[in-house]
Design a protein around this ligand. Structure first.
Ligand SMILES: NC(=O)c1ccc[n+]([C@@H]2O[C@H](COP(=O)([O-])OP(=O)(O)OC[C@H]3O[C@@H](n4cnc5c(N)ncnc54)[C@H](OP(=O)(O)O)[C@@H]3O)[C@@H](O)[C@H]2O)c1
Length: 264
């Protein structure tokens, strides 16, 4: 069945590869990027793969939560249907660590923006007969410091990234328990895939980017995943597996979400 899939961070890496493959297979694809010129170039490429099916594009810098709110409104206005929200945009290295209100860039782009966008788009997504929210986590997951999330403590790059990814995983598991009509899966697409993020952060790779984008394609449109809602797909192991222990701790999740709502 043809689906409509919104992929955040689809101007590069595994998000872009997944967008091209989904479009070529005849699915409706909506792109997102932070840089309008780069997004326009990728839009042309994905549109060529899509043929007559109209590709849509949305611009928002996820370090700016007002821009995320604006994007959520535009998506609701422009997309008649949304079956899969693929939260893929993410940042590891950056010369800028702290942004407005002293918040950590990784916490905002990798967790607060996805949380906000998902929350705002859940009503639209829920109208789909088989709604899916796919959240890009990572093998890197570390206990979340609420002080760091609130911008009161500074973290090193790796810590900030790993904490933001565990926060997203905790939220995924929490939502899965409440959103009975939808499927929520947290995903490690595979470690050290050959993408811009990994090149800048580590300069070496373990696997081609397609290892990650092929998984995103499968989880977006494959059958039988509703039974796996609230789970973590670990592509380093090639299947569903355990996330960080904190992702199963109801009190820690409740504390995380209280702080998150207060920040938003
Ligand atoms: N590659 C891996 O080995 C690996 C492993 C585990 C998890 N992941 C996760 O997989 C996802 C995709 O990673 P990737 O390796 O494909 O990275 P990538 O090639 O660097 O692509 C990241 C995407 O996110 C976008 N993005 C970055 N900062 C943004 C911001 N402030 N606002 C909006 N969009 C922003 C980028 O936009 P630009 O094109 O403008 O830069 C790009 O489209 C990430 O969430 C990452 O954490 C990757």
């Amino acid at each position: 069945m043809k689906k409509t899939i919104l992929i955040t961070g689809s101007t590069d890496g595994i998000g872009k590869l997944a967008a091209i493959r989904l479009a070529a297979a005849g699915h409706g694809v909506a792109l997102h990027g932070r840089n309008a010129a780069k997004l326009a170039r990728v839009h042309e490429e994905v549109q060529a793969a899509a043929g007559t099916e109209k590709v849509r594009s949305f611009v928002a810098d996820f370090s700016d939560l007002a821009a995320v709110r604006q994007m959520a409104m535009e998506v609701q206005r422009d997309l008649p249907q949304l079956d899969v929200l693929l939260i893929n945009a993410g940042v590891f290295n950056s010369p800028v660590r702290q942004i407005a209100r002293g918040l950590d860039l990784r916490m905002v782009v990798n967790f607060l923006a996805p949380y906000l966008l998902s929350r705002e788009l859940l009503p639209l997504l829920s109208q789909s007969p088989d709604p899916r929210l796919l959240n890009l986590s990572s093998a890197a997951q570390e206990t979340v410091s609420l002080g760091a999330l609130s911008g009161e403590l500074n973290l090193a790059t790796q810590e900030a990234y790993a904490q933001s990814k565990l926060a997203l995983t905790m939220w995924s598991f929490h939502l899965a328990q409440r959103w009975s009509e939808g499927t929520v899966i947290a995903i490690n697409p595979g470690s050290l895939l050959q993408t811009k993020m990994v090149k800048e952060a580590f300069g070496r790779f373990w696997s081609p980017a397609e290892k990650g984008s092929d998984l995103l394609y499968e989880l977006a449109v494959g059958d039988g995943y509703a039974a796996h809602s609230g789970k973590y797909y670990d592509n380093d192991r090639g299947g569903f597996g355990p996330a960080h222990p904190d992702a199963y701790e109801a009190e820690k999740i409740a504390a995380l979400l209280r702080t998150t709502e207060a920040l938003l």
